[in-house]
Design a protein around this ligand. Sequence first.
Ligand code: NAD
Length: 549
Amino acid sequence: MTQSIRAARGSQLTTRGWQQEGALRMLMNNLDPEVAERPDDLVVYGGTGKAARDWPSYHALVRTLTDLREDETMLVQSGRPVGVMRTHEWAPRVLLANSNLVGDWATWPEFRRLEQLGLTMYGQMTAGSWIYIGTQGILQGTYETFSAVAAKRFDGTLAGTLTLTAGCGGMGGAQPLAVTMNGGVCLIVDVDRSRLDRRVRDRYLDEVADSLDDAIARVRAAKRDRRALSVGVVGNAAEVFPELLNRGVEIDIVTDQTSAHDPLAYLPVGVELAEARDYAAAKPVEFTDRARASMAKHVEAMVGFLDAGAEVFDYGNSIRGEAQLGGYQRAFDFPGFVPAYIRPLFCEGRGPFRWAALSGDPADIAATDRAILDLFPENESLARWIKLAGERVAFQGLPARICWLGQGERDRAGVRFNDMVASGELSAPVVIGRDHLDTGSVASPYRETEGMADGSDAIADWPLLNALVNTASGASWVSIHHGGGVGIGRSIHAGQVCVADGTALAGQKIERVLTNDPAMGVIRHVDAGYESAREVADRTGVRVPMTEG
Ligand code: NAD
């Protein structure tokens, strides 16, 4: 069934309360054509990440949320509402578990078999948990990452550097803007011209070249002039990356965000884009083999750039693991971006704090931007981001903002927003949530927990405790997912969203959730032996029993 979905705007309830209303509007916002990659298939982002299992489930979700009471909780099993329980007003209004499988069964073939039977769906991270806000969501994380690359290798700026990447989809489309925001030049390869054009429309990508020669000429000139510029080029990364390496193009930074985590979503060399979906569905094993063989070529070229002295990193899409399965032995010669750049931030409980204005009014986001600047005047990079985001980010769906905040900061921002709703400074409630890619909410040995100091990469108790503590603290909806950005069998992660509706009760819940949620990250890193996390725990009063007494 095809239909165009758009969340309600304004301050009139369409449900029995703002906690339910927040969940309903964000479910619908995830499927807004401005936000979702393939709304007709209920796919929000990340290849196959869905907001609801199928259309009957979607309608049942909407129906149930519309009627849900303040002391009830809807249970969602992989995108389908399966129960409504009597709980209490501090309890979440929605609890979601998406894509989870028992360890030995956690493989793509088994997942797909169950998916085809209509028993499960892929929830990605924020698709099935209804807090995807379009490409801006990843933009801040990508901006942070490229800032960290600049700090590590290029004296704090990417001016005069050329970054090569691929994959200009829902998440990957943030890369060109994140690079230019850091002053650099970006060349981005995608097999699908429409993906590049869409990012030009969103102002995330500056231009699309007519050919590889044309692209090389444009990026070389910009690099020489130390001018920020992003250029897209149509092509298969498994062919274009080796070609650029062979031609000796002076590339300083190399990464990739094709949907490599799912070999059926990565286009193999020699396959036409138009035939890919039918081919993958008809012959998944053959398609997977060909995709992995192409990824092996793609990653071999990345290692070639590494050998030539470039800064190379895996951007959280499992391409190293897939290339290794495709027979390439040196795939893990370059690191994942988390151990390389993000872990020090995680030790401070710092991560992707995001919010969306249920009013639909951009003026509400402008007011919250001012509140953030007012709350954290000492944080210069935060101020730079908020200013650039205000100028450069085109909203998709409900107006939203993201910035990375740490332990002791998120709760202050959340309480301030709730006060602004209460005072009428904001015209309607806001929802406050985050990605599952956060400091204490994910176990993912190829990404967020790669190379933990104590070797605890695959321990998955932490995200489960995270979901439990957010449930116990008063979040509006809480989710536990499996797979996410790295694929089935490779991660378990949790999310939470709170609705700031301006009530005193919401204020109390928000204060607890936004203290305890990042504190999970602090204690997780203290437990793994990170000294900086211990200092943050001491400074912010996070209790860690094994360090007491
Ligand atoms: P997407 O499906 O929206 O986009 C993937 C893009 O890759 C598409 O535009 C597709 O045309 C292109 N593509 C596929 N095969 C290609 C090939 N051989 N050569 C060139 N282009 C090709 O996915 P997305 O939401 O942008 O996510 C991209 C990847 O990043 C996923 O694996 C996702 O799990 C991962 N991811 C990483 C992070 C992170 O923190 N770094 C966060 C979320 C997702």
